[in-house]
Design a binder for this molecule. Structure first.
Ligand SMILES: Nc1ncnc2c1ncn2[C@@H]1O[C@H](COP(=O)(O)OP(=O)(O)OP(=O)(O)O)[C@@H](O)[C@H]1O
Length: 172
C-alpha cells in the first residue's frame, strides 16, 4: 500500500500533477477522489471549485463573497466540502485527493473522512498545502512519502508516480 503526498509552492502544479496521474491510471485502477480547480474571472481569481474525478460533478469550494468560514478573501462552502468528502471511498484501489489544505480543513466531516482513509489499507495520492499547520497535515507529512514539486521535477514525476502506484495497487 503506497501513500504519496505532493506539495510545493502555490501554483507549482499540484492539481495538474494529480490530474495527469489520474488520466494515466483511470483505465487501469478503480479510483475515487476529487480535485480543486481555481476559477478566474477577467484574469482575477474569484474562487475554487471541487470536481469529482469519476463523475465530473462540480461545486464551489470557496468564492469571494460567499458566506461561511473565511480563508483569505474567500468564504468556504463547508456543506459542499462535506458532500464531496462523503463520496471518498476506502473500498477502491486508489484515492486521489487534491487538496488537503486550509479550506477543506474547515470541515470536520472532511477531516474525519480523510482520517478513515489513512487508517484503511488503500493507496493514496494526496496534494497537501506546503505550510499550513494542522494535526491532520502533520500526520500526512509523517506517514506519507512526501514529494515537493518544482519546475524541474513536476513533468518527469508523473510517469514515475503513476508507475509506482500501479505496482503498489496491483501488488506487484
Ligand atoms: N508541468 C507543468 N508545466 C507547465 N505548466 C504547468 C505545469 N503544471 C501546472 N502548470 C500551470 O501552472 C498553473 C497552476 O497549476 P495548478 O493549478 O496545477 O497548480 P497548484 O499547485 O495546484 O495551484 P494551487 O496552489 O492554487 O493549488 C496552471 O496555469 C497550469 O496550467
Amino acid at each position: 500500500m503506497l501513500r504519496i503526498a505532493v506539495t510545493g509552492r502555490p501554483g507549482i502544479g499540484k492539481t495538474t500533477f494529480c490530474l495527469r496521474v489520474y488520466e494515466k491510471l483511470k483505465d487501469t485502477l478503480d479510483i475515487t477522489g476529487f480535485i480543486t480547480v481555481e476559477v478566474r474571472e477577467r484574469g482575477k481569481r474569484v474562487g475554487f471549485r471541487l470536481r469529482d474525478l469519476r463523475t465530473g460533478e462540480e461545486a464551489w469550494l470557496a468564492r469571494v463573497g460567499l458566506p461561511g468560514p473565511a480563508v483569505g478573501k474567500y468564504g468556504v462552502d463547508v456543506a459542499a466540502v462535506e458532500s464531496f468528502a462523503s463520496k471518498l471511498k476506502c473500498d477502491c484501489e486508489l484515492v486521489i485527493l487534491d487538496e488537503v489544505g486550509p479550506m477543506e480543513l474547515k470541515s470536520g466531516a472532511f477531516i474525519k473522512a480523510v482520517e478513515e482513509l489513512i487508517n484503511a489499507p488503500v493507496c493514496c495520492l494526496f496534494s497537501i498545502h506546503l505550510k499550513a499547520r494542522h494535526r491532520l497535515l502533520e500526520r500526512i507529512r509523517r506517514e506519507f512519502k512526501v514529494i515537493t514539486l518544482d519546475e524541474s521535477n513536476r513533468d518527469a514525476l508523473v510517469d514515475d508516480v503513476a508507475g509506482r502506484l500501479i505496482d503498489a495497487c496491483k501488488g506487484r
